[in-house]
Every structure is written in structure tokens, then in C-alpha cells.
Design a protein around this ligand. Structure first.
Ligand code: 5RP
Length: 226
């Protein structure tokens, strides 16, 4: 049975596909909401729309191949017209936690290269304050224990992300520490202090990287511009 949450995600993803125009160069996010977007976009491509994009994960690349969306990389394009992605949490300032699907680094690189970033969510992702969702921090495997010691010193609890009982490895060959933050008072300051730790590749706080929020809820879609 399709859950109410999936219906909301599907509506948000389909509405995001309506924002794509012929000829656009896209950023293609990762996650279940984005998968609905990609399937809706694939139907437009099958009907003749010409678009291509940079995928933020191998999973997204695989689905793009399946539905006929052309793939690009940063060797070919420097700027993107539009990036579409999901979020794990988004606050009233449109700051986000992302990376629940492990694709935070490529997602952030793609969002930073996009003229416009559209985030599609179901209502559960909207929060007053970020931090209930564990904050993913991507670290290089070498000496990740040193990063863990720094987090200990900062009073931040963390868990090494596992998949099938083994350390989860990102598409970039790195590991993820999921950090239990509680309410994050100053997302920008936390973002900068985490990324200042040598061995941290990036963290899942996305600051000023959303221009437009699409929320699918109860059979309707709300579009909120920043
Ligand atoms: C992946 C992400 C996703 O955008 C986030 O996890 C939301 O996923 P979903 O649409 O499946 O709820 O950041 O790294």
C-alpha cells in the first residue's frame, strides 16, 4: 500500500518536474522524493523534452538511465539552471539538514553550482529548529578516529553509519558520522566549526542553498519562494 507520506512526496516531486523547462541543465538530487521527480521528468523526456543533468549519487544516475534522462558531469558544465533535491529537515530560514541518503557532498556541490535550487518535501521535513535529525558528517576513512576525538572534545555525540553491519561507504569512498545535535541554535557557526576539523570532508548543514520549497500535503502542493 502507498503511504500518505509517499503520496505527499510524489506530489512534491511531480510539481518540481513542472518547473523544468526545455533545454535546461539540471542538478539531480538523491532520495525517495527526488525519485518521484525523476520519474515525472522521465515522462516529459519521453514526450520530447530535452534536458540533461548532473546526478548527485550513483543511485540517481541509475534511475536517470532507466527513465532516459541524459547525464552530465562538471567537466562539461560549470553552472546549472536548476537543481531539484529533497531534505531531511528544513527550517523557516530554509537552512537544511541533508545527507540522510549519504549523498551530502555531491548534493552540496551541485546546489552550490545551481542558479536556482528547488527543494521538494513532505510536511514532516519542516521544523522550527534544525537538529532532531542526526546531522551527517562525511569523513575520510584514514584516521577518522581523530575526527571522533575532536567531536568528543566538542561534546558532540556521534555514531559511525553502518550498512549491513559494515561501515557505510559514500560514493566518494568516505565514511559518515551521524551526529546527535539536539536543537541547533546557530547552523552557520556549527557548519563552519565542523568543516574546520581536518579529516572532515563536509557536513549535512546546507546554509543559503534553497531558493524555493515545494511541500506536498493532503492532496495539494504549496510553493514557497525564499
Ligand atoms: C540524501 C538526502 C535526501 O534529500 C534526504 O535524505 C531526503 O530523502 P527523502 O526524499 O527520501 O525523504 O539528503 O542524501
Amino acid at each position: 500500500m502507498v503511504s500518505a507520506q509517499d503520496i505527499n512526496k510524489q506530489m512534491a516531486g511531480a510539481a518540481a518536474a513542472e518547473m523544468v523547462e526545455d533545454g535546461m541543465v539540471l542538478g539531480l538530487g538523491t532520495g525517495s522524493t527526488v525519485n518521484f521527480f525523476l520519474r515525472a521528468l522521465g515522462e516529459k523526456v519521453a514526450a520530447g523534452m530535452r534536458v540533461a543533468g548532473i546526478p548527485t549519487s550513483e543511485r540517481t544516475a541509475t534511475l536517470c538511465r532507466e527513465v532516459g534522462i541524459g547525464l552530465l558531469d562538471f567537466a562539461e558544465v560549470g553552472r546549472l539552471d536548476l537543481a531539484v533535491d529533497g531534505a531531511d529537515e528544513i527550517d523557516p530560514d530554509f537552512h537544511m539538514i541533508k545527507g540522510g541518503g549519504g549523498a551530502l557532498l555531491r548534493e552540496k556541490m551541485v546546489a552550490a553550482a545551481a542558479d536556482r535550487v528547488v527543494i521538494a518535501v513532505d510536511p514532516s521535513k519542516r521544523v522550527e529548529s534544525l537538529g532532531a535529525f542526526p546531522l551527517p558528517v562525511e569523513v575520510v576513512p584514514f584516521g577518522h578516529q581523530q575526527v571522533e576525538r575532536r567531536l568528543d572534545a566538542m561534546g558532540i555525540s556521534y555514531r559511525l553509519r553502518l550498512a549491513d553491519g559494515k561501515p557505510y561507504v559514500t560514493d566518494n569512498g568516505n565514511l559518515i558520522l551521524d551526529c546527535g545535535m539536539g536543537d541547533i541554535d546557530d547552523p552557520r557557526a556549527l557548519h563552519d566549526s565542523l568543516n574546520a576539523i581536518t579529516g572532515v570532508v563536509d557536513n549535512g548543514l546546507f546554509i543559503d542553498l534553497c531558493h524555493c520549497l515545494i511541500v506536498g500535503a493532503d492532496g495539494r502542493v504549496e510553493v514557497i519562494e525564499k
